[in-house]
Design a protein around this ligand. Structure first.
Ligand SMILES: C[S@@+](CC[C@H](N)C(=O)[O-])C[C@H]1O[C@@H](n2cnc3c(N)ncnc32)[C@H](O)[C@@H]1O
Length: 267
């Protein structure tokens, strides 16, 4: 569990107020962006986890090591380059739901990361992210507090993707955006990952990758509107991918698609 930290004057979240402390989402939090009990996450027992979080709890080091291996070294910069322009100019603070070990959050300058799994959260914290333990389906934040809510390859691991997106919509500011990074199941990389899942890959076999249409329907149902898209990973899937640039727009051949979605209507 993350210990409480006080926001210092140098903290990127200082504008949330000095009382905005980072806690396990189930402890007493009352000020700044944090919600009162009505939006607290369900309380998992010590050592327990919700849904796929147990997997990431157990295999946090293995998941994180991917970024330092050859595939991660090639693909991670492409994926960061895909996301970065979609976040540019959005008001602070920024949050990531399903922050994992904080690789994207650290690279993109995200302020606060939430995840149900404590082990990856500890890694995210070591990367300078202010962490909160909780689930995306019940965010422990007040409405309309974040200028950006980032969600990278997490919708497909959530128990209830519709609830997670509805919560993202609830906590994003009217002038903010929910930015998603997704692998669609019908893409060549989606098929490759499903093939690996069938062979017992621990992470991919726990994922429920969505089709693009399913993702768009969920986003729309959450009260969000697709405003801009970028994409990368047009190279054929292999175990030894190469660095690749990211581009505006998307096609079905893209292995990694990023969307900036904005509130469709005022809350
Ligand atoms: C594939 S990892 C992605 C982590 C990080 N975004 C990244 O790209 O490196 C999926 C993450 O979603 C988290 N997760 C699983 N269920 C969740 C839920 N219901 N709400 C929020 N995060 C969840 C897992 O614990 C895991 O850290």
């Amino acid at each position: 569990m993350a210990e409480a930290e006080e926001a210092s004057p140098a903290s990127p979240v200082r504008h949330l107020g000095a009382a905005a402390e980072i806690h396990d989402a189930h402890t007493e939090v009352a000020a700044g962006m944090y919600a009162s009990s009505e939006h607290r996450a369900p309380r998992p027992g010590r050592g327990q986890a919700v849904g796929t979080a147990g997997l990431f709890e157990r295999l946090a080091a293995r998941y994180d090591a991917w970024y330092d291996g050859p595939a991660g070294a090639a693909l991670f910069p492409s994926e960061v380059a895909c996301l970065r322009p979609l976040l540019r100019g959005l008001p602070r603070p920024w949050a990531e739901i399903g922050v994992g070990s904080g690789r994207f959050a650290a690279a993109l300058g995200v302020d606060v990361g939430l995840d149900p799994a404590a082990a990856p959260l500890a890694l995210a914290r070591s990367r300078g992210i202010r962490v909160v333990r909780g689930v995306g389906e019940h965010l422990p934040f007040r409405p309309a507090v974040f200028g950006a809510v980032l969600i990278v390859v997490t919708v497909c691991f959530a128990d209830d993707p519709a609830a997670l997106l509805a919560e993202a919509r609830r906590v994003v500011r009217p002038d903010g955006a929910v930015v998603l990074g997704e692998v669609f199941t019908e893409s060549p990389w989606g098929r490759f990952y499903r093939h690996q899942a069938a062979s017992g890959h621990p992470f991919y076999s726990a994922a429920h990758f969505l089709t693009r249409d399913q993702a768009l329907a969920l986003v729309t149902r959450a009260g969000l509107r697709l405003q801009a898209a970028r994409s990368t990973l047009y190279q054929p899937p292999t175990d030894s991918p190469q660095p690749e640039s990211a581009r505006d727009g998307e096609t079905p051949a893209a292995g990694f698609v990023c969307w900036r979605t904005v509130p469709a209507h005022p809350a």
